[in-house]
Design a protein around this ligand. Structure first.
Ligand code: FAD
Ligand code: NAG
Ligand code: NAG
Ligand code: NAG
Ligand code: NAG
Ligand code: NAG
Length: 506
């Protein structure tokens, strides 16, 4: 599999001395790396700029700003294909190792997390099947799947797995960062329900990680993101009943105070009825000029108007779609438009009404600041508030294996604020990044001043300016580092795969 630059040069039809010259001109040695894959056993899995499959892959990232253009994209069909790709990319490139990226659903919002330019992107989209084993009650899900397809497949068996609350979200990244679902209060984070991972290591070796084999890797993958290898299969425990009750209720901005009162109580009561899930979205849209509050209220068994949401029913709504529906149906309703420039930032706070009032006060200030400055016409400033109650980590012990999120250090009910800004004009990139970062910093500072700040940062919502791994605590960072060294001694996933949150930068 090893390719010398002379072989690569021959493939490119260049004299060897021209390879380095050509390469260093624009894209390092990325073209040489693409040529090495093209010459390997998976040569027919490579697509290049100008081809339809390349265009489709690039444009299928959720946020416009992460739609980079790699020199080529590799689309493996199997773990064996991924292994060949990794072996090729770690041996080609000569003195300057190939740089590559790994992508599943492409929903992470910062450029370079799941894509690379120049470089090679391994796009797992074609590895997207879901198979259910009824006897074992285990779903085998490939990383390139989208949750909507997973739910649709499992609906036939009347079971579900904990996954994204928006249908198109990808499986691969979601499960590696934790995974918050409608079912979280009942069964913990999605990663705590995984029984087995199949992983392609930097050496190209394909291993399993579960509670008996490679137990250290098994634990480290639960929150440890892209630090050890490429996950090519997840086996997840299924739970009964694809039929839920829920929908989205929409309210006027003027109901904010009532929402906050109801929410603080709701979070403290979740442990009494863990079937209930609530999310609150405060969103200003420049096209409508309005701020609306919308709340997905979802109950993970088919019971209409459960009392867990009593305080929310008392708040006058503009509309509500609550109904009996399957998980597939609810997650196809709850969508956020793709095709914008986006930034996500997030922090965790104690469950505290003052923090929530401050969150909305800051939100309103940022809207006022943006209005005269934004150059685009279609933009949105939003905060999404999500319960982060201690049942998420205190109930599900994951057969004693645990995870690396470090949440067991905390014994309080908390909440998360996701700052989610979307806009259409590149000219506004600096403005919205600045406002979003300021909003986070101001709320963090306020929360610190009243002892309501928590250092945990949910990786799946974090921006590149944040350091979510550090928030897992020193012991977990050290553990992630050790496991990464053990399974990837050359540090391929730290240096050759620079995208995502790396323990070497934590
Ligand atoms: C509209 C929207 C809705 C969302 N809803 C939820 C929600 O309900 N709950 C929740 O918890 N989160 C949610 N998220 C956040 C989501 O969990 C993250 O965006 C997550 O990264 C999505 O997974 P993905 O497969 O699309 O990741 P990608 O963007 O493809 O990848 C993310 C990171 O993981 C790495 N990676 C991906 N696959 C693999 C693999 N197989 N092996 C090794 N590394 C890999 C990538 O290199 C990258 O660094 C949402 C995000 C959006 C934009
Ligand atoms: C898997 O991906 C292919 C190619 O994009 C698509 O045609 C197919 O419908 C997907 N399958 C599922 C189950 O989503
Ligand atoms: C939303 O309500 C707040 C008061 O809570 C107000 O200051 C703000 O202007 C309102 N926003 C819009 C867009 O009406
Ligand atoms: C929404 O408002 C209607 C009309 O007041 C009410 O009947 C309904 O119960 C409310 N729904 C929810 C989910 O709050
Ligand atoms: C969800 O169910 C509603 C009826 O309750 C139906 O109108 C809608 O089309 C369904 N959506 C999908 C994606 O199946
Ligand atoms: C703003 O609202 C309009 C109309 O509903 C919608 O088409 C658009 O996608 C929204 N913009 C953003 C950035 O969410």
């Amino acid at each position: 599999m090893k390719l010398t630059s002379t072989v690569a040069a021959a493939l490119l039809g260049l004299a060897p001395e021209n390879v380095l010259a050509t390469a260093s001109l624009q894209s390092g040695n990325a073209d040489q790396c693409c040529a090495a894959i093209a010459a390997s056993d998976i040569g027919d899995r490579v697509v290049y700029p100008g081809e339809a499959a390349y265009h489709e892959s690039v444009t299928s990232y959720w946020a416009i700003n992460v739609q980079l253009e790699p020199n080529c994209i590799v689309q493996p069909h199997s773990a064996d294909d991924v292994s060949v790709a990794v072996q090729t990319l770690t041996s080609a490139g000569g003195d300057s190792p190939c740089k590559f990226a790994v992508r599943s659903g492409g929903h992470m919002t910062w450029a370079g997390a799941n894509n690379i330019e120049p470089g090679v992107t391994i796009d797992l989209s074609l590895m997207n099947s879901t198979i259910y084993n009824k006897e074992a009650k285990i779903a085998t899900i490939l990383p390139g799947s989208r949750w909507e397809a997973v739910y649709k497949t499992l609906e036939a068996y009347n079971v579900v797995v904990p996954g994204g609350r928006t249908g198109p979200v990808g499986v691969g990244g979601f499960l590696l960062g934790g995974g918050n679902s409608f079912h979280a209060a009942r069964i913990g984070l999605a990663c705590d329900n995984i029984e087995n991972y199949e992983v392609v290591l930097a050496s190209g070796r394909i291993v399993n990680a579960n509670s008996e084999t490679n137990v250290d890797l098994f634990k480290a993958l639960k929150g440890g993101s892209s630090n050890y290898g490429i996950v090519t299969k997840y086996e997840i425990k299924a739970i009964d009943n694809a039929h839920l009750w829920g929908g989205i209720s929409v309210y006027d901005n003027s109901t904010t105070d009532q929402q906050i009162t109801a929410l603080v109580k709701f979070i403290d009561n979740i442990e009494n009825d863990p079937y209930a899930s609530w999310i609150g979205l405060w969103q200003f849209n420049s096209t409508t000029g309005q701020t609306t509050i919308s709340s997905p209220l979802d109950y993970t068994k088919p019971v209409a108007y459960p009392s867990a949401f009593d305080d929310f029913y008392q708040i006058p709504n503009i509309s509500s779609s609550v109904r009996h529906a399957t998980l597939y149906n609810l997650t196809s309703e709850l969508q956020q438009a793709a095709g914008y420039r986006d930034v996500f930032l997030t922090s965790t706070y104690l469950n505290n009404a003052d923090v929530l009032h401050k969150t909305i006060e800051i939100l309103n200030e940022k809207i006022e600041t943006a209005l005269p400055l934004a150059q685009g016409t279609d933009w949105s400033i939003m905060v999404i508030i999500q319960p982060w109650p201690k049942v998420l980590w205190q109930k599900n012990q994951n057969n004693g294996v645990g995870n690396v999120l470090g949440l067991e250090r905390f014994d309080e009910n908390m909440l998360q604020v996701l700052y989610d800004y979307s806009w259409d004009s590149e000219a506004d990139d600096a403005l919205f990044h600045r406002l979003c970062e300021e909003a986070l910093a101001e709320l963090d500072n306020y929360a610190r001043s009243i002892d309501a700040y928590n250092e945990y940062i949910y990786l799946n919502y974090a921006d590149k300016t944040q350091n979510p791994l550090r928030g897992y605590g020193d012991e977990n960072v050290e553990f992630i580092r050790e496991v990464a060294q053990r399974y990837d001694p050359e540090g391929v996933f730290q240096t050759q795969v620079p995208g995502g949150f790396k323990v070497s930068n934590a």
